[in-house]
Design a protein around this ligand. Structure first.
Ligand SMILES: [Cu+2]
Length: 133
């Protein structure tokens, strides 16, 4: 049974170094978390062109004049409780149809540059302009 004593000694040493290693690993993990969080910001900025949107609130389109690139997907958020539409005045080159209160929809901007006025067919006094450049 003479082996018992040296074995206990080694175990105590191994545990000591294991604790030191865990501390080091814990520190480096904490550092690597920060750059990952920073990377999320450029991704959100890249989504900008796709994040183009018109908000309808209090029977008003906002912004009243939205500039987009040809073929951009435009999101329309209806924050009113009434239904609204975003309908191009000329030839209905784009038309969301009825957007029920609180709903969100999308339409694709024309591929030809120009200034497109639109209105809400349910409330024709609601007007806006989509400028494609
Ligand atoms: Cu309306």
């Amino acid at each position: 049974m003479s082996l018992t004593f040296p074995h206990r000694g080694r175990t105590a040493l191994a545990m000591g170094s294991a604790c030191a290693l865990l501390t080091l690993v814990g520190c480096s993990n904490g550092d690597s978390t920060s750059p990952a969080t920073t990377n999320a910001s450029p991704t959100a900025t890249t989504a900008g062109p796709g994040g183009t949107r018109i908000v309808i609130e209090n029977f008003t389109f906002s912004p009243a004049n939205l500039q987009v690139r040809p073929g951009t997907k435009v999101t329309v958020v209806n924050q009113d409780s009434d239904a609204h539409t975003v309908t191009a005045t000329e030839d209905k080159v784009f038309d969301t149809g009825n957007i029920t209160g609180g709903a969100t929809t999308t339409f694709t901007a024309p591929s030809t540059p120009g200034s497109y006025s639109y209105l809400c067919t349910l409330h024709p006094n609601m007007k806006g302009t989509l400028t494609v450049t």
